[in-house]
Design a protein around this ligand. Structure first.
Ligand code: FAD
Length: 387
């Protein structure tokens, strides 16, 4: 039976970050209450679930890359513990990621990135077209080259959220299926962790903005598993695309990156994603298109998350802004927050993530479709490159 005593910790938001924070706090002996009107309905519901510290290592993001590498290293134990405690299958797969390039221009651009990633000491092995097709025979014959990133893995975010919900329930977390409109409205509590994705901006004023991603789900014919095993990422005539195969027959095709806060699915995005996917792996033309959705990544000015005390409010922590990497970062963020709450000592990894690294005056990040509010005028300007 649930205890009604005053919670030690109140968590706002039950996406993967809030759920994992609640779970890790509860198993450290804290009394936890978790608020969300629709658990798991945020960005995680559409996310591809790539655990990709290497293929997500971009120019100028060394601190973030180091964080992603540290987070990915926690995944084997985290996945095993979660699966063991809940008896649930997470769709955690470790076959690695192939990066492919369709044209010689695509290859030149990809090689610049691999050179940078290898200079950081990350494991990336260039492969010739024949070597690519030896690994994945269904890849398009006209690919110009590619590379293997063996340490970039995947998990199914919908299964992850379902398992985390089971874990928090088993750990005695009190779940309240209501939104929090303002922190002042929470019943008298101990400490508060705001992990409400894009909704965190309206509650705390931190500079988190919605970055829209449109994404598709295909299904292999006849209930079969997809005809490829690696996550495949690539450049196809200047477009960026990824294909994530699941054992149950699903293939996730993603995703746009748009400075917008609406959840509309557009014909142009679906067309471009399917064209790029088919250019890389023509067999996908025979798959059923079963879902087309948009989600809102919680983006920050430097693409790194915001984790730590809210300036001027030591009783309120935020854990948000995980942008394109919230699934891979889930185990790390959850443990950093739970350890800080349990011991009062901040892990050095938290230093570059402190919310006070940004000026918070006048930030406006309220996304359409995840808490109401108007889309900021400045975000309508146009679409960023595909990714
Ligand atoms: C198209 C797309 C593809 C992606 N692919 C990947 C990927 O391959 N790998 C990866 O690591 N990441 C990926 N991401 C990013 C990842 O989904 C996010 O970083 C992650 O979901 C962030 O988790 P979160 O718990 O902070 O937020 P969310 O998953 O958005 O969850 C926020 C939760 O807070 C709740 N909430 C909001 N406001 C309130 C409130 N006022 N009161 C109570 N509850 C509230 C919502 O209902 C929701 O359940 C992708 C995202 C998108 C959109």
């Amino acid at each position: 039976m649930l205890s009604r005593r005053r919670p030690d910790v109140t968590v706002v938001g039950a996406g993967p970050i809030g759920l994992a924070v609640a779970w890790r706090c509860a198993i450290r002996g804290m009394q936890v209450t978790l608020y969300d009107p629709a658990p798991g309905s945020g960005a995680a519901y559409v996310a591809a679930g790539m655990l990709a510290p290497v293929t997500e290592a971009h120019f100028g993001e060394r601190t973030l890359t180091a964080l992603l590498v540290a987070a990915a290293a926690r995944w084997p134990d985290f996945a095993a513990e979660l699966a063991d405690q809940t008896g649930r299958e997470l769709g955690y797969r470790t076959e690695g990621t192939l990066f492919v390039a369709l044209t010689s221009d695509d290859l030149a651009e990809a090689e610049r990135l691999w050179t940078y990633q290898r200079d950081l000491g990350l494991p990336v092995t260039p492969l010739r077209p024949a070597e690519l097709r030896a690994r994945e025979p269904l890849l398009a014959p006209r690919l110009r080259g590619g590379a293997l990133a063996p340490d970039d893995h995947q998990v199914d975010p919908r299964r992850l959220v379902a398992a985390l919900r089971a874990a928090v329930e088993a750990a005695g977390v009190r779940m309240v299926t209501q939104p929090v409109a303002a922190l002042a409205e929470l019943p008298a509590t101990g400490r508060v962790v705001v992990a409400a994705g894009c909704g965190t901006a309206a509650l705390t004023g931190v500079p988190v903005r919605p970055v829209k991603g449109q994404i598709l789900r295909l299904r292999a014919p006849g209930g079969a598993a997809p005809g490829f095993r690696h996550v495949i990422r690539g450049y196809a005539d200047g477009r960026s695309v990824y294909l994530v195969p699941r054992t149950d027959g699903e293939v996730v095709v993603g995703a746009t990156v748009e400075e917008r806060g609406d959840l509309d699915v557009t014909a142009g995005a679906v067309l471009e994603l399917l064209r790029a996917a088919s250019d890389v792996l023509p067999e996908l033309d025979e798959y059923a298109l079963v879902e087309a959705r948009a989600g809102l990544r919680p983006g920050t000015p430097d693409n790194a998350p915001l984790v730590g005390p809210l300036p001027g409010r030591p009783d309120v922590l935020v854990a948000t802004g995980h942008y394109r990497n919230g699934i891979v970062l889930t185990p790390l963020t959850a443990d950093l927050v739970a350890d800080l709450l349990a011991t009062g000592v901040a892990d050095p990894l938290l230093a570059p993530l402190a919310p006070d690294r940004f000026d918070m005056t006048g930030s406006t990040c309220d996304p359409v479709g995840a808490g109401g509010g108007a889309e900021p005028e400045s975000s309508r300007a146009g679409r960023k490159p595909w990714s």
